[in-house]
Design a binder for this molecule. Sequence first.
Ligand code: NDP
Length: 497
Amino acid sequence: MNVMTQPDLAKLVPAGNHFIAGKFVEGEGRRIDDIYPATGQPIATIAWATDDEIEQAVEAARAGFKVWRATPLAERARVLRKAAELLRERNRPIATLETLDTGKPLQETLAVDVISGAECLEYFAAQAAVQTGEHVAFSGSRGDWGYTVREPLGVCVGIGAWNYPIQIACWKSAPALACGNAVIFKPAELTPLSALELARALAEAGLPDGVFNVLQGDGAVGAKLVAHPQVAKVSLTGETTTGAKVLKGAADTIKNVTLELGGKSPLIVFADADIDQAVGGALSANFYSTGQVCSNGTRVFVHADIRDAFVDKLLERTAALKIGDPMDEATQIGPLVSAEHHDKVVGYLKAAPDQGELLAGGERPVVEGFEGGYWVEPMIVECTDDEVAIAREEVFGPLLSLFTFADEDEVVARANDTVYGLSAGVFTSDLARAHRVIARLEAGTCWINAYNLTPIELPFGGHKRSGIGRENGRWAMEAYSQVKSVYVAMDPVEYPY
Ligand code: NDP
């Protein structure tokens, strides 16, 4: 590792593996190395949860739930706000930890990962404080009336993907906690560390013991939590195939499920678009986080009339991307998350030139001092066939597939021709066209003249096989609570018996 930028692991890596009942727990399960993707070297060893530890976490969460659901709303809000403050104060060390775990450039983790988690806690702190039910009038009744109350679900399990570890932990736990639930969060096995820092911040902010727990482990630990009879809800961020397993695992106990899954999203650039803006959108929709973003617009459809101007600028700006030491704040492209994921993405990159015309990329970068890292070069391939693998399958790496189109109906049909429906983007200066096209696109999260911006206030989630339910916004409060309807009789009721 580059000595100039080597962080002090002893200061950064949390002591303990799990967080159960308000305490860091070393754990007795199988231990695996946690790897820094830029070097391929271990930064910590992590123990996976045993069955006993799973039971301890569930029991702790059940006990915590009793306390937390009875905690006044203003107090819940205060705890979440304070935890957000602590994350903001610790932005740099936690962002550094996130970079060590994911390999994402510090430039990104400092600006987005921890801060977006803090914003999420702040937003749901505000939501926590203003929860209300409704008065319901009945037409033609005897003066009777009804009301609704939103109640928490109980023990909620969050299962995270590895690309935005602390953001995902916050997106799942903040609304759950705001509604009065207890949480057990299982990070992805590749990125176990930052959830422990969230646990520390919540505990220091005054969250009662057992209300937020972290269990490390692989998919088998996740599956046990999903099937656990004392768990009321599961929210997964992961691949569509994992989503199907979680749905099946949750079926026997009729759990409430939220699924945030994969995508193969279209980004459409009309001939009247601001080309610089559209190129910026396409770059960030494909190469941010080295392409490891679920909502990425990996199928870029450009109107044939501006194809040349668009491609010239796209190639010029792609060539300027800086690949290198993730701890250098000038670096824009870090390594992929793991050796296994690297193998998968390299498989797509190697096959891609046979599926279209290679416009950029194709070399394996060598980053001096980081020869053991999982590097790839951003690639752009122009395709004429919508059926090739790189146009249909989620690569989850920096591969932009470019297409041209001639008219609106054609591009809408091609954009929708996928089993996924996570996101879509449209660049045009004709606002009527923008709204008309967005209305026809089969996607849960859409952008007009922007891409991949996900403010906490706006719900996020997918149509079709990209998911069920929504995170963020007030919709997330509905996802972590259930309605109780109450009928109030004002006078004695005449029964027919
Ligand atoms: P995976 O589906 O492989 O894993 C997601 C999580 O599920 C991990 O914690 C994993 O554990 C766990 N898991 C695996 N099998 C099971 C099971 N049978 N039961 C319960 N839990 C299980 O996804 P990745 O971590 O590889 O993340 C990349 C994927 O996530 C991409 O498809 C991407 O599109 C999607 N994603 C979706 C987002 C969205 O909001 N729509 C956002 C970010 C990513 P382990 O890590 O040990 O395998």
